[in-house]
Design a binder for this molecule. Structure first.
Ligand code: HDE
Length: 718
């Protein structure tokens, strides 16, 4: 793997740190020396950190105890234990498991200036530092990465006008419409109260009971049960602000807005079978994937786009544009690309950065505002509040959270206050005009002046009552293989519900979306098979819902993991040529052999210092790679064929429709192993999306099409 490390060093040194990274360096212990001395937290050098202060007798005096009591007076021992006792802080009540990285945001054109006065979205001369945290929702901090769940996509923009947070998800809609339902929803999806089961899963009675009785969640359930619920990588997910925000331009005109991040690598998923296995094989799969990519210079990148609706058109749609269970179909509200987001730096230390980063939907900057979306209104209260219990009142002073622009207020005191303000004034108004409010013209935040009329009541608007149109639109827009995955996923989840009331009621919900879907699930889980549709399917479809709409323009294997299976007697010259071709298109190759050591090339190939395997066959699994390459070499192929682990590796990869490249004897081995002699292994039609291939591992995704054809291209080049 040394070549990855080399390119990582190059990539990291080529980066100019953003202003936020420079700001963090104020608090970073710089240049820890290899032989740095140990001190207490009050700075005194420590002479012994291995033995608590005790009474120990002398060996020569039999009257004295050989190992006496430990003394409370040991201030060094006490400090060590005190610090340790309080290391944990409350984990996030949702989204506890996550990982983050630094990067920047840049405006790529000035289209947004007609909608907003916010320079972060309009000034193309700026590079705005960002910190992004990706997360799962249900599981606790130690849960696995590849569970079926929504992924959080939270972005903190450190703008010169203050911090702006988009606290989004990888799915454009949400389970509920009104914030007051959030505690119920979260209680229902989290481990059940009587036994604290299950972890990192929604496959249990309480979740399905709740969503069955709360049909507004039907749309979001469809997304989570689709392949979107098991992303291949955080780098291959879309990000959505979900809630409707507003933009205010210099002329004081207001537009409603939705925020979108679109990944450069396309939107790709794991298969459910892979995801389940990776949960055990490498629970840190996603967080490692992110840091490996950044460290190797394959910086994850997203286009940033907005959808806008002028204030005057708010009521022109057949859904309420303030309802977070609905997206805005691109056919009626096109996307406008205005910028790009790039992640280019891993954190130096997880806790002070990724764990202590704290987002608030209420943190907006002038030119960006809220809407009356009832979910957003509740969120605007909740996030600040939760940070107080998680991090303390002064959480915004923590290095990762503090803005890069000046901060001055009359807010004072509270636990763990860091900032020292040298002034006798801490109130407004004051005789010295210190901490004075600033007008809108001078950059102060001014709310949009809106005229409102209504009756105070506990209710929702009339268009909030419709729950199935977009769930159906989403289902109709999926490719056949995506629909098949969705049926399997719901089938899996409902099979884990042992209360028939729960799965029967959900079959009714599904029947309001699509008759065939409801029947297919009912048959799988042994529920009552509906005899007529709950409501008709209008057959409408929309763009941007199927993952196939997000294949990169050119097939790419950049940053994909390729396993090269070798054993003694393999063709090292050929392997080297293929590996060079693969790495030149930025794939990441790993040599997997019978031992993590020298592997002997075929006779006559002099290979300098030799070829060393990065891993041995038992230490990795096919699920952790995107593709396989089997070089030629008679002796090596015979060894592979005798190794059950390798045979399983290849069959499993084939079953998951991974791209498999083989040369010479490698091809014969491949044909034998997959027992499909007639299959044209490199036919480009395989996995193109039109054909549904069923293997022993389930219905195959076409998500890897781009890799399949790119590997074929590489072999052609070689
Ligand atoms: Fe959150 N959510 N949420 N949420 N949420 C939290 O804040 C909440 C919602 C989202 O990486 C909490 O700092 C309410 C929608 C992300 O640190 C908490 C409601 C969306 C993260 C909270 C919602 C999200 C959170 C827990 C309904 C997608 C992780 C810890 C009204 C747009 C941020 C914390 C990170 C975290 C409350 C609904 C996304 C308790 C009350 C909709 C990505 O404040």
């Amino acid at each position: 793997m040394s070549y990855i490390k080399q390119s990582a060093e190059k990539a990291v040194s080529a980066m100019t740190p953003t202003r936020k990274v420079v700001d963090l360096q104020r608090d970073t212990v710089q240049g820890v020396q290899d032989k740095q001395a140990l001190t207490t937290d009050h700075g005194v050098k420590v002479s012994d950190t291995d033995n608590w202060l005790k009474i120990i007798g002398s060996e020569n005096d039999s009257e004295l105890k050989k190992n006496g009591p430990s003394l409370l007076e040991d201030q060094i021992g006490r400090e060590k234990i005190h610090r340790f006792d309080h290391e944990r802080i409350p984990e996030r009540v949702v989204h506890a498991r996550g990982t983050g990285a630094h990067g920047y945001f840049r405006v790529t054109n000035n289209r947004a200036s007609k909608y907003t006065s916010a320079p972060v979205l309009t000034d193309s001369s700026r590079t705005t530092p960002v910190f992004v945290r990706f997360s799962t929702v249900q599981g606790s901090r130690g849960s696995a990465d590849t569970v079926r769940d929504v992924r959080g996509f939270a972005v903190k923009f450190y703008t010169e006008e203050g911090n702006w947070d988009i606290v989004g998800n990888d799915i454009p809609v949400f389970f509920i419409q009104d914030a007051i339902k959030f505690p119920d929803f979260v209680h229902a999806v989290k481990p059940e109260p009587h036994n604290d089961v299950p972890q990192g899963q929604s496959a249990h009675n309480n979740f399905w009971d709740f969503v069955g009785l709360q049909p507004e969640s039907a749309h979001m359930v469809m997304w989570v049960m689709s392949d979107r619920g098991v992303p291949r990588s955080f780098r291959m997910m879309q990000g959505f602000g979900v809630n409707t925000f507003t933009l205010l331009n210099a002329a004081g005109e207001r537009h409603f807005v939705k925020f979108h991040f679109i990944p450069e690598l396309g939107v790709h998923s794991l298969l459910w079978d892979e995801a389940l296995k990776i949960n055990g094989q490498d629970p840190d799969f996603h967080r490692k994937d992110l840091s490996e990519a950044i460290e190797s210079g394959a910086f994850p990148k997203w286009k940033f786009a907005i959808q806008t609706i002028p204030q005057s058109r708010e009521h022109e749609f057949d859904f309420d544009i303030l309802d977070a269970t609905k997206f805005w179909p691109q056919e009626s509200v096109p996307l406008e690309e205005i910028g790009e987001l790039v992640l280019n730096r891993v954190v130096d230390e997880f806790f002070p950065e990724t764990e202590q980063v704290a987002f608030c939907t209420s943190h907006v900057v002038p030119g960006i505002g809220f809407s009356d979306d009832p979910l957003l209104q509740g969120r605007n209260f909740s996030y600040f509040d939760t940070q107080i219990s998680r991090l303390g009142l002064n959480w915004e002073e923590l290095p990762i959270n503090r803005p890069i622009c000046p901060v001055f207020s009359h807010n004072r005191d509270g636990k763990s206050r860091h900032r020292i303000v040298k002034s006798e004034i801490n109130y407004w108004p004051n005789r010295k005009n210190i901490g004075h409010p600033v007008s809108g013209e001078q950059g102060g935040y001014v709310e949009y002046a809106e005229s409102l009329k209504g009756i105070k009541q506990r209710a929702r608007g009339s268009k909030f009552q419709e729950h199935f149109n977009q769930a159906q639109l989403f289902f109709n827009s999926l490719a056949p293989y995506e629909k098949a995955h969705l049926v399997s996923a719901i089938g899996f989840e409902l099979s884990h519900c042992d209360d028939p009331v729960v799965y029967e009621s959900y079959i009714d919900v599904l029947n309001n979306i699509d008759f065939d879907l409801a029947k297919a699930v009912a048959v799988k889980v042994n529920g009552k098979v509906p005899t007529k549709p709950g409501r008709p399917n209008d057959g409408k479809r929309s763009k941007g819902l199927s993952q196939l709409d997000f294949l990169p323009k050119e097939p790419t294997i950049a940053s994909r993991r390729i396993a090269i299976l070798i054993s003694d007697g393999f063709n090292a010259v050929e392997m080297q040529a293929v590996r060079t071709a693969l790495t030149s298109v930025k794939a990441v190759c790993y040599l997997i052999g019978p031992r993590r050591n020298h592997i002997r090339p075929m006779a006559g190939q002099d290979f300098g210092p030799g070829v060393f395997a990065d891993h041995h066959f038992d230490s990795q699994r096919s699920t952790l790679f995107d593709a396989i390459y089997i070089p030629s070499g008679e002796e090596h192929v015979k060894t592979l064929a005798k190794n059950g682990r390798v045979v399983h590796w290849v069959r499993e990869a084939f079953g998951h429709c991974k791209a498999i490249a083989a040369v010479g004897e490698g091809v014969d081995f491949l044909r034998d192993v997959v027992r499909l002699p007639e299959v044209d292994l490199f036919a480009p039609s395989r996995g193109q999306g039109s054909d549904e291939v069923v293997t022993s591992y389930g219905v195959v995704t076409t998500g890897n099409y781009s890799i399949s054809s790119a590997v074929t291209d590489v072999l052609n080049i070689v």
